[in-house]
Design a protein around this ligand. Structure first.
Ligand code: MG
Length: 400
């Protein structure tokens, strides 16, 4: 019988059965899951703010009938711009499932690791959304958005009079701004670091002001000084939105900034990029998933049980071969990559340079292959959507 022909009710029964098998290693009590899932967001779960690829239904399969999370998963995105708690709330609203802030790993989440270094320094946060609020949430006590920072310097952006979208609203959003940063302090205090939190909005102003900060040692309009640190949340050249072709991402902005800076400054730009495909991102996701499992299944384990036992398989479901697939493959065990066709990748076959571990042409085939071949032989199959990827994972985990 074709899997696609199953009725919704039948599907629910099947997945309840699969879930019970996935977590049941014995008749007495449910076992700790031996696998977890990391979902990319843009191009896999959402296009813009619209769900894509049956993502709400796919995610619901990871929850039990009581609404509780049964299969550990996280969102592993290079995107961002809002604090994790706010993003988790938005995702819950858009997808109809209960997402906790700990399940949201964004491109800028690793910036938390730098709090001790810059906690009391003036830092500038760049990008769409609420970049300064993100940094404040992480513990940076003197973080200003580039909107706030630039507003302190008269004439720093000669094109400002022509920008009708410029608004003082962003300046007012970070209420700490006026309390903690008298204008004269901003004008005399060196910026110690710039953080590109999310995709920059006003490239011309941001490149101008960042060049000012970087070549003067953190005091625009003054003499030259040692380059302050600059950190990028990701280095994605392109990403997928609702528009038919890819849009320029933070990596494109980095190239623009670096090219210009290197032309106007004697030393090349020094910078650090976070985000996928760096293996550290995947290793951190594994730790987060382990903690998630511990929080979900704590009741079932006595004190002697190893609560940090590792996963047999972690699935990365992504749409970008150079970011999602490359990162999972570079990280190696236990990561296993699945490529979808709802975003950046639209090819018929596997990507030639960063091939996914699994590319399934259709769901029926995947179920057939699950029972016949080891995963190593499934290197040239594709999934169209995230829902097909989740169906494959549940079937495979229950068959093993
Ligand atoms: Mg993506």
């Amino acid at each position: 019988m074709s899997f696609h022909l199953l009725t919704k009710a039948r599907n629910r029964t099947v997945f309840s059965y699969l879930l019970s098998r996935a977590f049941s290693h014995g008749p007495q009590r449910p076992g700790r899951p031996s696998f977890g899932i990391a979902f990319d967001i843009d191009g896999v779960i959402l296009l813009g703010n619209s769900p894509v690829g049956g993502s709400p239904g796919a995610l619901r399969k990871l929850y039990g009938a009581d609404g509780g999370l049964k299969i550990p998963y996280v969102f592993l995105t290079n995107g961002g711009g809002f604090p994790e708690a706010k993003r988790a709330f938005e995702l819950s609203q858009l997808l109809g499932v209960n997402v906790s802030p700990s399940q949201v790993l964004q491109g800028h989440s690793p910036f938390k690791q730098l709090v001790k270094r810059f906690e009391n320094d003036l830092v500038v946060a760049v990008g769409k959304g609420e970049p300064a609020a993100v940094m404040s949430e992480y513990g940076f006590r003197h973080a200003l958005s580039i909107d706030e920072y630039a507003s302190c310097f008269e004439n720093i952006d000669p094109l400002a009079p022509y920008k009708k979208w410029t608004s003082n609203l962003a300046t007012m959003q970070n209420s700490k701004f006026n309390e903690s940063f008298p204008r004269n302090d901003v004008l005399s205090k060196r910026v110690q670091a710039a953080f590109i939190v999310s995709d920059p909005v006003d490239w011309s102003r941001d490149i101008q002001v960042l060049c000012d900060i970087l070549k003067t040692g953190g005091l625009p309009g003054r003499n030259v000084g040692p380059q302050p640190h600059i950190y990028f949340a990701n280095d994605d050249l392109e990403y997928q939105t609702k528009f038919p072709s890819e849009r320029l991402g933070m990596g494109a902005f980095r190239i623009a900034l670096e090219s210009i800076f290197n032309r106007i400054h004697p030393h090349c730009l020094e910078y650090t990029c976070f985000g996928k495909p760096h293996p550290s991102v995947f290793k951190n996701a594994e730790i987060v998933l382990q903690k998630l499992v511990a929080s979900l299944y704590d009741d079932f384990y006595d004190k002697n049980h190893d609560k940090t036992s590792s996963f047999k398989t972690l699935y990365m479901i992504g749409d970008n071969p150079a970011v999602d697939i490359r990162g999972a493959r570079q990280t190696g065990h236990p990561w296993f990559s699945i490529l979808t066709r709802t975003g950046v990748f639209k090819g018929k076959e596997n990507h030639d340079k960063f091939s996914a571990d699994l590319v399934i042409p259709c769901l029926e085939k995947s179920h057939k292959y699950v029972n016949l071949f080891p995963l190593a032989l499934l290197s040239f199959l594709v999934v169209d959507t995230v829902e097909e990827a989740v169906d494959y994972i549940l079937a495979k985990e229950c068959a093993s």
